[in-house]
Design a protein around this ligand. Structure first.
Ligand SMILES: CC(=O)N[C@H]1[C@@H](OP(=O)(O)OP(=O)(O)OC[C@H]2O[C@@H](n3ccc(=O)[nH]c3=O)[C@H](O)[C@@H]2O)O[C@H](CO)[C@@H](O)[C@@H]1O
Length: 363
């Protein structure tokens, strides 16, 4: 199969694409893949680092308010559709897949107009703007939350789950935390604010850092690359307790997740797919800055089945963060129950399900 795939901006759209590529290559080692993203998104680092052929088109997102910038956006959209058509003509894909973020808008649209079979993957419980637009043109739409079906033409929708779930579920724990200076003997709490990091989570965690001193577990606090340099200069980061480690980014997240006892973090859809694939107890702090508050909806799908706890950002203080995290880390029985509930929501064969649909439409 020749697969052209596009998705970007943030990790939540990129990692499902990489997981799908990995599953395809395992099944069909002769498969050819091309990834199309933008120069500015996280994909321009993550995808070439993964050794996957990468091309770019130039595009930007629409501003929600009326703005002159939107004329530039329309111009760039039309230009990027032309550029994408050229990439498609050269690569000759059997199928084109979009995993979200505005870059896949022009790529998948160009493919549909070039009469190539197309599919989009919606990770969230509320449709993204780009996927809503593309849903009119594509052949199939893979979803991860049953609720989002109503945002799309029903006859195109297939429940597949998120391919990143299959990738993390297939990995054996191998003491990967050692490379971050953590002890394999202590339970580990991972704190992070999605793929880009989150200012408020970072600041409250930093304030809470001294409270974790001498607790019978360790903390891996991941700030996001853009926040690290500034944060690490602050006093609490300069005087870390022995059981707290701060990192800018974890490039090998699937390797470390099986060794993590609990997570405090955002409720991005791909993180939730990982949490449920592995059954990791979590306290979720949905981002208040996303379209239609979709992270709260993502989170509630787990909270309602006692598979995670909710901590709204409006209630987030260093004291709340520490108290809630410490309670979770101190009660193994509670963690086990939460883990079991989380696992029930997991889709550990999601990549295979998506590949089956791709095979069907590319025939
Ligand atoms: C602000 C924003 O628009 N967020 C959206 C974005 O979030 P974001 O990109 O933060 O998405 P997710 O939480 O879904 O995914 C983050 C991914 O990055 C990985 N990771 C994270 C940190 C790190 O150090 N290393 C690492 O590998 C995680 O393991 C995960 O695979 O896409 C998600 C999926 O569409 C949406 O649900 C989120 O609402």
């Amino acid at each position: 199969m020749r697969l052209l795939i596009s998705g970007g901006g943030t990790g939540g759209h990129i990692y499902p694409a990489l997981a799908l590529i990995e599953a395809l290559k395992q099944k069909d080692p002769t498969a050819e893949v091309l990834y199309v993203g933008t120069k500015r998104g996280l994909e321009s680092k993550i995808v070439p680092d993964a050794g996957i052929p990468f091309k770019t088109v130039e595009i930007q997102g629409f501003k929600r308010s009326l703005s002159l910038e939107n004329f530039k956006t329309i111009y760039l959209f039309l230009k990027s559709v032309r550029d994408a058509k050229k990439i498609i003509k050269d690569f000759k894909p059997d199928v084109v897949v979009g995993t979200g973020g505005y870059v896949c808008g022009s790529v998948v649209y160009a493919a549909a107009k070039s009469k190539i079979p197309t599919m989009i993957h919606e990770q969230n419980s509320v449709s993204g703007v780009t996927n809503k637009f593309l849903s009119h043109y594509v052949d199939k739409i893979g979803i991860c939350f049953p609720d989002v079906k109503k945002d799309f033409p029903a006859e195109k929708v297939v429940f597949t789950g998120n391919p990143r779930a299959q990738q993390v579920a297939g990995i054996q724990a191998d003491n990967s935390l050692l490379q971050y200076g953590l002890k394999p003997t202590l339970p580990t709490l991972l704190i992070f604010g999605g793929s880009r990091g989150a200012e408020k989570i970072n600041q409250t965690t930093l304030e809470a850092v001294p409270l974790f001193n001498d607790r019978p577990y360790q903390v891996l606090f991941v700030t996001g690359r853009a926040h690290y340099d500034k944060l690490i200069k602050q006093e609490n980061a300069q005087n870390l307790p022995a059981n707290v480690v701060i990192q800018p980014y974890i490039a090998n997240m699937p390797q470390i997740l099986p060794e993590v006892a609990a997570i405090v973090g955002r409720a991005g859809a791909t993180s939730l797919a990982e949490i449920t694939a592995l059954g990791i107890p979590s306290i979720l702090i949905p981002s208040p800055y996303v379209t239609n508050d979709h992270q709260t909806k993502n989170a509630l799908s787990l909270v309602d089945s006692k598979a995670a706890e909710l901590l709204p950002e409006a209630q987030l203080t260093s004291d709340q963060l520490y108290q809630r995290a410490d309670k979770l880390m101190s009660d193994q029985q509670y963690r086990l129950q939460m883990a079991e509930n989380a696992k029930k929501a997991g889709v550990p064969d999601a990549a295979d399900q998506l590949l089956a649909v791709l095979e069907q439409i590319s025939k």
